[in-house]
Ligand binder design. Structure first.
Ligand code: GLU
Length: 309
């Protein structure tokens, strides 16, 4: 039996001289202010044990990791009908690419690139005022994490609203193809607030535990989705969770995962554990540089890769 705390401690110790590597996202001014010299890692096993190291208790902007929670909500609302609005194939493009969207007539490749996530937010908004859709997501994430202290950082949401030109372009483009039902400003209001969810590694690992445990949170007993849906969300994370770095992440880490430009990565070892790592410096494709290295070390030392040990 692997001593998980010892594994986490050794990863932290070995990476300590490298903390600060990578480049903090600066296209969202509020994120540019984050100190790069931070590193946190949390593992929650399906039997409810929590293992933390470093800054695992410091809240950070989860950004695109929120797309996993919004996708779960959207599937709960419209089921497989969601796939009329968004595809399920890896994009091989940057997170905010517009080129593919034109070629494919406004249907984004997958729910984890920005265009796809904006379409998913539009689906969750049906029958709601924008504020209620944000409230629904926040309640859902608090319920998943079993933690009422999860918040949305309004400064980050405001900062992105003021500078999210590409996301406005993507959303207007989709609206022109009638793949958004709500006004662009409203949909992006929801999208920017979901991205501004602020969580610690521990909260994030707890919130995603249902994906490691066949759709139910074993610590709270909350049944979130069916085993089949959990398996399918994991499949999407494995193939599409890291933009055009998805293949590389599968090659090196071998776990379903989703990254965000705040420097977080959420990953799932199915049947074993959920994992959250945070280190704000990003690599060239916009994924946490040390976060990806830490997950590669963790997968190698535990044998958790879904492709075998
Ligand atoms: N809010 C960010 C954006 O839309 C999310 C991108 C990310 O985390 O990858 O640009």
């Amino acid at each position: 039996m692997t001593n998980l705390q010892a594994v986490l401690d050794s990863i932290h110790k070995e990476l300590a001289p490298r903390i600060g590597e990578g480049k903090v996202a600066d296209y969202i001014p509020e994120l540019a202010k984050i100190d790069a010299n931070q590193f946190g890692l949390s593992v929650v096993t399906v039997d409810g044990k929590v293992y933390n190291v470093g800054h695992a208790d410091v809240p950070f902007s989860i950004q695109s990791i929120s797309k996993v929670f919004m996708l779960t909500l959207a599937l709960g609302k419209v089921g497989e009908g969601l796939w009329k609005r968004v595809g399920r194939e890896p994009s091989g493009s940057a997170f905010n690419s517009i080129v593919q969207l034109e070629q494919e007539q406004g249907i984004p490749r997958n729910p984890f690139i920005n265009a796809g996530a904006i379409a998913v937010s539009d689906v969750v908004m049906a029958g709601h005022a924008p504020r209620e859709a944000i409230g629904e997501l926040l309640r859902f994430v608090r319920y998943l994490a079993d933690d009422e202290s999860v918040t949305i950082d309004d400064r980050v949401a405001k900062s992105e609203t003021q500078t999210g030109y590409r996301n406005f372009a993507l959303a207007n483009f989709m609206r022109s193809y009638r793949n958004l039902d709500h006004p662009v400003e409203h949909v992006l209001g929801v999208y920017f607030h979901q991205c501004a969810l602020s969580m610690t590694c521990e909260q994030l690992a707890k919130a995603g535990l249902f994906l490691a445990a066949r759709g139910s949170n074993p610590t709270t007993g909350h049944s979130v989705v069916s085993p089949k849906r959990a398996r399918r969300i994991n499949a999407l994370m494995l193939t599409c969770g890291h933009y055009d770095g998805s293949g590389d992440f599968a090659y090196h880490v071998g776990l379903p995962g989703k990254s965000g430009v705040g420097g977080g990565i959420f990953a799932v070892a199915p049947g074993i554990a959920s994992i959250a790592v945070w280190s704000p410096g990003l690599n060239k494709v916009g994924n946490s540089q040390l976060g990806a290295v830490a997950l590669e070390m963790l997968a190698a030392r535990t044998g958790w890769s879904v492709f075998g040990d």
